[in-house]
Design a protein around this ligand. Structure first.
Ligand code: SF4
Ligand code: SF4
Length: 410
């Protein structure tokens, strides 16, 4: 096998083998050098030098990584490790040594149904049958596969909140396709490009300018991967992409949203795709504090947060590993004495709920906000559209929010 990618060829030799990256959740559970970030880099170097031809066991170990980014945060030589892992997986797929069997199956069902859960495409919006949606609007709600097929309560909470807030938005129903995240993370890029094309076409058709999603995985993919894919494929990219928490914060800061005060003791789990990948740590905490919640942090939090264990194709292909990592996170949460774990991603909620086995409740910020947001003091524009601070909702300066987050996170 030969590695063509120049980033991997360069970065593999930057590693000084210091092993600071032993924070890796997969390595912490399995304790094998071959699943440590340092071991993965060693493998890549061996392949580049022509000294190692990866066998099926080496490829499997390479995939025992949730792409959580904890290694990248601590790397002493600042290697963009997540990008290296993802690009290396794409090369392994090109060399026909992967996808692994379950990842291949996910792609096959997604090719047919537009989602990796193998559910019917026509039933993607089954959860939304009681709601009405506009055909066109500046903003579109992107529900994502997990909320559409597994975590309906999050999709319903989001829509109910948007309606309550009188946000002018549309929703593509069964014309929404998987964002492609599971395939970008597992090196199966072609199908992700196909979903990009379908979603892009739908957004253009509906006159969309802003995409809002409650899923951190979709948020990272559409905000960070889609502009790169657009450039690669020659598409113009001028969409603004926000997570629902940005919208909530915008409304609150401009005096358009109030909450019934709560006083529960909670702990916040940073989704890797919201925190380390997009550098958003304060926004969800600020919302929860404004609601009155007492936040008790876990041992690993913010940049050092422990992954839930599900990402990067690990939950589908290596269930035991995903569950062991998830249980570690649940133990950390229980040690805080919090009454519940709050997160901001349906996939984190799904997996932590499985790992927690009802020992501690897991809820999403949007569920709490939808339940406890007070009726709004609305300031409607001529077409009934809600405004926040004189700025149309969804045209908030998300990049400024992110810059603030970056400054705070150093
Ligand atoms: S991204 Fe996360 S799981 Fe993957 S090697 Fe780095 S620390 Fe380990
Ligand atoms: S922290 Fe970075 S430099 Fe050190 S072993 Fe890990 S990948 Fe290599």
């Amino acid at each position: 096998m030969k590695i063509q990618n120049s980033l991997i060829n360069d970065e593999a030799f930057v590693c000084v083998q210091c092993n600071y990256c032993r924070v890796c959740p997969a390595y912490s559970v399995l304790k094998w050098e071959s699943v440590s970030p340092r071991g993965r880099i060693y493998l890549l170097r061996g392949i580049i030098k022509g000294e190692i031809e990866p066998d099926s066991r080496a490829v499997e170990d390479f995939y025992k990584c949730t792409t959580c980014g904890a290694c990248e945060t601590v790397c002493q030589t600042s290697i963009p490790l997540v990008e290296v892992w993802e690009k290396a997986r794409a090369e392994i797929v090109d060399a026909k040594k992967a996808p692994l069997p379950v990842h291949r199956k996910l792609r096959e069902v997604a090719e047919k149904n537009g989602n990796p859960y193998g559910e019917r495409r026509g039933e993607r919006a089954k959860w939304a049958r009681q709601y009405e949606f506009k055909d066109r609007a500046d903003m579109i709600y992107f529900a994502g596969c997990t909320a559409s097929y597994r975590m309906f309560e999050l999709a319903k909470s989001t829509v109910e909140f948007l309606n309550k807030a009188r946000v002018n938005y549309t929703y593509a129903k069964e014309n929404e396709y998987c964002c492609g995240s599971p395939f970008l993370r597992t090196g199966q890029r072609e199908i992700a490009y196909e979903f990009f094309r379908k979603n892009y076409g739908e957004w253009k058709k509906r006159g969309v300018k802003t995409i809002v999603t409650t899923c951190s995985g979709c948020y990272r993919t559409i905000a960070k991967d889609y502009p790169e894919i657009a450039e690669e494929l020659g598409y113009e990219w001028n969409f603004k992409v926000i997570h629902t928490i940005h919208l909530i914060k915008d409304l609150f800061d401009s005096g358009k949203l109030q909450f019934e005060r709560r006083n529960d003791r909670i702990t916040f789990h940073d989704p890797c795709h919201l925190g380390r990948h997009m550098k958003v740590y304060d926004v969800p905490r600020d919302i929860l504090k404004e609601m009155g919640y007492e936040i008790v942090e876990m041992e690993h939090t913010r940049e050092e947060s422990l992954c839930c264990g599900a990402g990067g194709g690990v939950k589908s292909q290596f269930k035991d590993l995903a569950m062991s990592i998830g249980k570690r996170r649940i133990e950390e949460a229980k040690e805080t004495g919090a009454e519940m774990i709050v997160s901001a991603c349906p996939f984190c909620k799904l997996h932590l709920s499985h790992a927690g086995n009802e020992e501690i409740g897991v809820v999403d910020v949007i569920e709490l906000v939808n339940e406890w947001a007070k009726p709004l003091n609305t300031d409607k524009s001529k077409d009934g559209e809600q405004k926040a601070g004189g700025v149309e909702i969804g045209r908030n300066n998300r990049s400024e929010d992110i810059q603030i987050e970056r400054r705070r996170s150093g």
